[in-house]
Design a protein around this ligand. Structure first.
Ligand code: 9MR
Length: 458
């Protein structure tokens, strides 16, 4: 092509401009106050940077060294799953989960709970259940575990991976799904009742590309929950990426669209297979996408070193097997240091109502109060028993259930399932020091209003 005099004249100008930009990039000093760890860098915009942790690695000093230094949010990789926390029905086991939670909290880190209801990693007894028995067992599990950790969890993955892959946009078939399409919202309601302070998330994978049927289906569910007042606070995008499932070009759009529904968005299990600058650039894109969405509140990577990964052969993490920082680490740190609008601070709203009745024939008396989470067809009630001016050796609580039926209860003996019900302590919660409290709970069908608990000390 013959150059016109005009295009010739432009060439030096463009070249000069490019040289200035390159020169500026090369000499630009690092910001004097750039943070030097992932957690500190994320905190500059009010976000967190977390990792999955395995309890059996807490004795590895390289592992804990990086964990303690770099991350300010922790997810138990397997230890809070149903098979770990309720290996036998109604026998709860928190040893390994507690090891992780205590380690995190002792180090001033927060915890994401993963996960309360899932088709996978169910204990054998649950795999063999169906129908109402399974629904009740699932709700009991949600209630018990969320109650046990009440006050210690920043966000719960209440339900994990409930949608099918592919183009159907349907729910995933599972024993839980076969208990009825409302199992997800029932789980969220039970979680809210058990831990009103935790953010409640729906978590899934292959929900990163805005055009995918699965993404759209999850979006519609969250939209529906928000419109009907089902308690949901956040959506977790697992974001496991590899050459077959790369970071989509519309990833930020997906994050923003979920956020626009009025929920927080969290990247919950990030890993990106690859190496070198290609991997680093993908990590940069994901980090910047979160920073660009004000309600993207944080990022969690699914492990610390490549050798800790569930996909170790894909070297998908930020540290190599020796614990050295990879190029991907530097790109994430730099992106976090570049900042972004802080996440919106949101407060969790709850549908809990509380009434208190006092009755004190015992030595120092006791009080009982009810925290009730009621939805259309059922409820979960948590009763708090508080000792008066002297210690309790035992207690009895009387409730009135005029228009409902108890289907399941925990941490108390009970006399019946409707009408006037007497509840008494079990062996481990009868002794309550003066002024201290213990709790029991139950779920039921129908209405839980008017329970009017009264407490008698013994
Ligand atoms: O990383 C977890 C691995 O150790 C387990 O063997 C596996 C079993 O299902 O679960 C892995 O974690 C998964 C997470 O709980 C949910 N999203 C997918 C994760 C990777 O499989």
């Amino acid at each position: 092509m013959k150059l016109t005099s005009r295009s010739v004249a432009l060439v030096p100008l463009v070249a000069t401009a490019a040289a200035v930009v390159v020169g500026a990039t090369l000499i630009a000093p690092a910001p004097a106050n750039a943070a030097t760890t992932l957690g500190a860098a994320a905190q500059q915009s009010g976000r967190y940077f977390g990792t999955a942790v395995a309890a059996n690695k807490l004795s590895d000093s390289t592992y804990t060294g990086i964990l303690n230094r770099e991350f300010d949010m922790v997810t138990a990789e397997n230890e809070m799953k149903i098979d770990a926390t309720e290996p036998n029905q109604n026998q709860f086991s928190y040893g390994n989960a507690d090891r992780i939670v205590n380690h995190a909290r002792n180090q001033g880190k927060r915890v994401r709970g993963h996960t309360l209801a899932w088709h996978s990693q169910q204990p054998g007894w649950m795999q063999n259940m169906s129908g109402t028995a399974l629904r009740n067992a699932m709700l009991n599990h949600v209630t018990q575990v969320a109650t046990y950790y009440r006050g210690k969890i920043y966000a719960w993955d209440v339900v994990n991976e409930a949608f099918a892959d592919g183009s159907s946009g349907a729910r995933r078939d599972s024993n839980l799904q076969r208990t009825g399409n409302d199992w997800i919202e029932a789980a969220f309601r039970a979680a809210r009742a058990a831990d009103p302070g935790a953010k409640l998330c729906y978590n899934d994978y292959n929900t990163d590309d805005w055009t995918h049927a699965k993404t759209q289906a999850v979006y519609r569910m969250v939209q529906d929950f928000k419109s009907r007042g089902v308690p949901i606070d956040c959506v977790g995008l697992q974001s496991h990426f590899n050459p077959q499932s790369p970071v989509p070009s519309n990833y930020q759009t997906t994050l923003q669209n979920f956020a626009n529904l009025g929920v927080d968005v969290q990247i919950t299990e990030l890993d990106i297979e690859g190496s070198g600058s290609a991997q680093a650039s993908n990590y940069d894109r994901v980090t910047r996408a979160c920073l660009a969405v004000s309600r993207c509140t944080g990022i969690t990577v699914w492990g610390i070193r490549d050798t800790d990964s569930w996909r170790a052969s894909g070297t998908p993490l930020l540290f190599d097997g020796n614990g050295n920082k990879k190029a991907a680490y530097n790109s994430v740190l730099d992106a976090l240091n570049a900042g972004g609008p802080g996440p919106t601070t949101t407060t969790t709203t709850t549908t809990t109502t509380t009434t208190t009745t006092t009755n004190n024939p015992g030595p120092g008396g006791c009080t009982a109060s009810v925290s009730l989470n009621q939805w259309g067809e059922g409820f979960v009630a948590t009763i708090k028993v508080t000792a008066g001016s002297s210690a309790l050796r035992g207690w009895t609580v009387t409730t009135t259930l005029s228009n409902g039926t108890v289907t399941n209860s925990w941490s108390a003996n009970r006399s019946g399932n409707s009408g006037t019900i007497n509840w008494s302590n079990v062996d481990y919660n009868g002794s309550v020091a003066a002024g201290q409290s213990t709790e029991f709970g139950f779920q039921g069908t129908g209405s839980g209003s008017g329970l009017n608990p009264s407490c008698t000390a013994s």
